[in-house]
Design a binder for this molecule. Structure first.
Ligand code: ADP
Length: 397
């Protein structure tokens, strides 16, 4: 059996999934929480009761050790020993301009990841800590890094450069990078397979709509534009993030409210978006319920989200000279039929017409556009962990 462990390390948490690559199936999954505080591990194996235990986790190496122990333990385990793991794949948020694809982790790769820390100061350090912890606990086991930014490295300069003095791109690499790349790549490829057309010949718009949301234009199998930018703050309004606003608002509010730029960016990341507009919640289910009860601001927040996503779809269709497929994925894109219907409404002029019955039918991936419409609309559940496992498998041979 070929086991690959997928790790997604955050600042105080570490999620894992163990894949059996022969069956492409998850054997066990879980997460370590409160790393550096006290510590807890939650571990699930299909067909067994979930296992939760408080456990001292002073650092990420301790968390990786805890994962290895539950994966091999007499009651919780699914393997005889860690030597059954052939490779580890890591989700890494930022690969900067260094990486346009997944890579096997070497000393040079670690140095490049360190160089990317200023671009993702909250995310890359824990990713690096996770990689180092795995080298410590599982020496000799090959490791791969799979980047959120890599798929978007094919964007042309017209899409990735901001119209600010060019020296800031040269000096600091200030440019659009884009995120959720693993998800956009996976769902775009799946959409091409589902409609049975060559990925390399299609114009696809992928809508990853979750707590964080981004829209990507995928032309001929390559990302050519995406809504998130230098950071995941740009683009459509999200749960708590503002999305794109007039940058002059920062100067205006900074003066009036006597707040620093850093404080204002925190406000834009944590107190804005659906939460800031509605004053109710960042969660779309809560917002829908509030809107149904007559809360006007919750309804307005949802309308602004729908309107903005629609504008991105229109602009990417213009950028690609049309659209063959529109794909919905992530928490909202996969589960919220009303949102898919509202975003798709009025797009028949560009060949996209949703089928109400198909859209509302329960189920996983599939076509939800009307038969005979020139373009396709699809719902495709994302699976970033599987992509990380597959990339890791192909890198380590
Ligand atoms: P994250 O970006 O944190 O991974 P998700 O992709 O899980 O976020 O998306 C979270 C959003 O998806 C929330 O706003 C939530 O309301 C919505 N969502 C998740 N599951 C469902 C569901 N079954 N029905 C409707 N909305 C859902």
């Amino acid at each position: 059996m070929k086991n690959i462990l997928v790790i997604n390390a955050g600042s105080s948490s570490l999620k894992y999934q163990l894949f059996d690559m022969d069956r492409r199936a998850v054997r066990a999954r879980g997460q370590c929480e409160r790393i550096g505080l006290d510590g807890r591990i939650k571990h699930t194996v299909e067909g067994r009761a979930p296992y939760t235990a408080d456990r001292l986790l002073p650092d990420h190496a301790a968390a990786i050790r805890a994962v290895t122990e539950v994966l091999t333990g007499p009651e919780t385990g699914v393997m005889a020993g860690m030597e059954e793991i052939v490779a580890v794949g890591h989700r890494v948020v930022h690969g900067g301009e260094f990486f346009s694809g997944s890579v096997r982790v070497t000393d040079e790769v670690i140095a490049a990841l360190e160089a990317c820390v200023p671009l993702a100061p909250l995310h890359n350090p824990p990713n690096l800590v996770g990689i180092r912890a795995c080298f410590e606990v599982m020496p000799g086991v090959p490791q791969a890094a799979v980047f959120d930014t890599a798929f978007h490295q094919t964007m042309p300069p017209v899409a990735y450069l901001y119209a600010i003095p060019y020296e800031y791109y040269e000096k600091y690499k200030v440019r659009r990078y884009g995120f959720h790349g693993t998800s956009h790549r996976y769902v775009a490829q799946r959409a091409a397979e589902i409609i049975k057309k060559p990925f390399e010949s299609l114009r696809i718009i992928t809508c990853h709509l979750g707590n964080g949301s981004s829209i990507t234009a995928v032309q001929n199998g390559r990302s050519v534009d995406t809504s998130m930018g230098f950071t995941p703050l740009e683009g459509v309004p999200m749960g708590t993030r503002s999305g794109t606003i007039d940058p002059a608002i920062l100067g205006f509010l900074g003066e009036r409210e006597e707040r620093t730029a850093a404080e204002l960016v925190t406000m834009l990341n944590q107190k804005s978006g659906m939460l800031g507009l509605s004053g109710v919640s960042s969660d779309f289910r809560d917002l829908s319920e509030a809107a149904e009860r007559g809360n006007q601001r919750a309804a307005l927040a949802l309308d602004i989200f729908i309107y903005t996503v629609k504008k991105y779809i229109g602009s990417y269709a213009a950028a690609m000279g049309g659209v063959d497929a529109l794909v919905f994925t992530a928490g909202i894109g996969e589960n919220n039929a009303k949102m898919r219907e509202d975003i798709s409404s009025g797009l028949s002029f560009m060949g996209l017409t949703i089928d109400k019955a198909k859209n509302e039918a329960p189920g996983g991936e599939g076509i939800i556009s009307a038969d005979g419409a020139p373009g396709y609309i699809l719902r495709v559940p994302t699976n970033e962990e599987l992509v990380i496992a597959l990339d890791t498998e192909s890198l380590v041979g």
